[in-house]
Design a protein around this ligand. Structure first.
Ligand code: ADP
Ligand code: MG
Length: 554
């Protein structure tokens, strides 16, 4: 009780706020109790306060690792305005300022000390001799090569746990899927840290995915209804942004391209024009958006498929910051997949990139609520349909797939959560191939328990279970499948699972095709797929399922 009162009065006196945001108080209490914590909260969620307030509550200095000099400076300036003793240290400062800051640190005159990760090795012994009370690591996803923003200097942070065995460590980030979260804790050597995941749900964003043909026409029609509303269109290439912006202009829309190839002056000007409502439409590469504070973006369109779900989620998250409804649309095309696979090829993180792209693909092909798929990706387990996405709006035909799901889940369990979807499907169908026999999987109870469903369809059902959060795929561990808490409910409490009927989807698509007589296009796509599969040495279904090829040509 008294801790609560103290915290509230610290909050009010030093920051001028009356109450805590979700998760803040719990995180602060755990840190004050000496525990390690990982805080995953969306941008703007109030992460900084989670260490700034304990910094004031505890004697000594809080060490804050922060990746960007501009961020450090902004934060320290804001703290100084509130009369809080804070300073930062990085390699861009003149030597006499650096010395001054270090003197204040030594004399215990700082509540918060901000440091760039690159400078940590040089200051380690000084820090050990200072009275450090808490260590906060901002943008902690930078430590993981599975995250989307890997920073080599972050890997040096591992020494912190050794050098400060008694000091609580707080890892903060806004973007980390489940795999990256695990990796952060391992890399920082704080395996027991408690995780606080604030909800990532942005209920006001409508989620829609459409096949990528006729994109331009579709956008032009869409814009007729959206006069004067602000929106962003994300394209894959710089050239793509310029071409599309020119087309929009030619059709009477005020649109500007934005990409990293432009001069900083041009970029600033365009950004200002957008923020101040002088230019309603920006056609940009992913270079656009970081740090842009505009609350009334009413729609976000992905002209091309994003590389991964983190990027997609961040980009659509720029819509509807004011909490009012905003519309998001993702165009999904086979050509984009090919392009993105090419980009990933030969890079150091190729394997992760391809695996993440595959998850992006699975999201785009989802046959159940998109929001559930999205939130599950970030480790937030929800099971009720959102009612604010294209699938919820026009659901496919579902059947009660509980028994099928139970069979699949028990096979995952009997395979000791070690195998990827391909092997799982082989085992379920009782395949006789060498891999299955060598591992002795023909002797487990699930072997051959679902023989009557085609390989590809069964594989698609497994993907549906991933999208619904019944199974989780560890793409950095050979794509092995794990059971989630929801799987336990399905297995042991008969929780119902609805699955979209694949046969039906394919059948309907086939009918559409004969009607429109566009089979030749489909065949073209199929042969392209075979070629790509041969090039990559993978089965064709791993590139794309027939159902999705048809879907794309609708
Ligand atoms: P994040 O780092 O999670 O993106 P910040 O720590 O920068 O977010 O906080 C975002 C904004 O929210 C800041 O302007 C901050 O002052 C404000 N804020 C944080 N906590 C509270 C609170 N409890 N009440 C009101 N505003 C808060
Ligand atoms: Mg922050």
């Amino acid at each position: 009780m008294s801790t609560n009162l103290n915290l509230i009065s610290l909050l009010k006196e030093n920051f001028g706020f009356d109450s805590f945001r979700p998760n803040q108080k719990q995180i602060i209490l755990e840190l004050l109790a000496g525990k390690d914590v990982m805080a995953i909260m969306p941008t703007g969620g109030g992460k900084s306060l989670c260490y700034q307030l304990p910094a004031l509550a505890l004697p000594g200095t809080t060490l804050v690792i922060s990746p960007l000099i501009a961020l450090m400076k902004d934060q320290v300036d804001a703290l100084l305005v509130n009369g809080i003793k804070a300073a930062y240290y990085n390699s861009s400062q003149p030597p006499q300022i650096q010395t001054e800051v270090l003197t204040r640190l030594r004399e215990g005159k700082l509540d918060l000390f901000y440091l760039a990760p690159e400078s940590l090795p040089f200051l380690l012994s000084r820090l050990v001799n200072s009275n450090i009370n808490l260590i906060a690591i901002d943008e902690a996803h930078c430590i993981s090569s599975w995250g989307h923003d890997f920073r080599p200097a972050y890997t040096k942070l591992r020494v912190l746990r050794n050098k400060f065995p008694e000091i609580p460590i707080l890892a903060l980030t806004a973007t980390a899927d489940r795999a990256t979260q695990d990796d952060i804790l391992e890399q920082l050597n704080i395996p027991e840290a408690s995780r606080h995941i604030a909800s990532f749900d942005r209920k006001n964003l409508y989620l829609e995915v459409k096949p990528g043909n006729n994109r331009q026409k579709h956008i032009l029609n869409f814009l007729k209804k959206k006069q004067q509303e602000s929106g962003i269109i994300y394209c894959l290439s710089r050239k793509g942004t310029e071409k599309l912006a020119a087309t929009l202009l030619a059709n009477g829309h005020t649109a500007k391209a934005y990409h990293a190839g432009m001069t900083p002056e041009d970029r600033n000007r365009i950004q200002e024009d957008f923020v101040n409502d002088r230019v309603p439409i920006i056609v940009a590469t992913i270079a656009f958006g970081m740090g842009i504070d505009k609350s009334n973006v009413r729609w976000v369109i992905h002209y091309n498929l994003p590389k991964n779900i983190e990027g997609y989620y961040q980009e659509i998250g720029r819509g509807g910051r004011d909490g009012l409804p905003a519309y998001t649309l993702l165009f999904y095309s086979y050509a984009d997949i090919i392009q993105l696979r090419k980009f990933a090829k030969g890079t150091a993180t190729e394997e992760f990139q391809l695996a993440k792209l595959e998850r992006m693909q699975q999201y785009a092909e989802a046959l159940s609520c998109r929001r559930i798929a999205l939130l599950n990706y970030f480790g937030e387990h929800v099971s009720s349909n959102c009612g604010n996405c294209d699938i919820c709006n026009a659901p496919p035909k579902y059947f009660d797939g509980t028994i099928l799901a139970q069979k699949i889940c028990s096979a995952v369990m009997r395979l000791k959560e070690r195998e990827a979807p391909g092997m799982l499907v082989d085992v379920l169908r009782g395949a006789q191939n060498a891999a299955v026999l060598e591992k002795g999987y023909n002797k487990i109870k699930s072997y051959g328990s679902i023989k009557d469903i085609a390989w590809r369809d069964l594989h698609q059902y497994v993907i549906q279970l991933i999208n619904q959060g019944v199974l989780e795929i560890r793409f950095h561990q050979g794509g092995r499948l794990l059971l989630t808490p929801r799987a336990n409910a399905v297995l042991f409490r008969d929780e119902q699972v609805k699955l979209a009927l694949i046969d039906q989807v394919v059948k309907e698509a086939k009918e559409t095709f004969t009607e429109r007589n566009s089979a030749s296009l489909f065949e073209k796509l199929r042969s392209l797929r075979s070629r790509l599969a041969a090039e990559e040495g993978v089965p064709a279904y791993m590139i794309f399922s027939d159902a999705s090829l048809r879907h794309m040509e609708e």
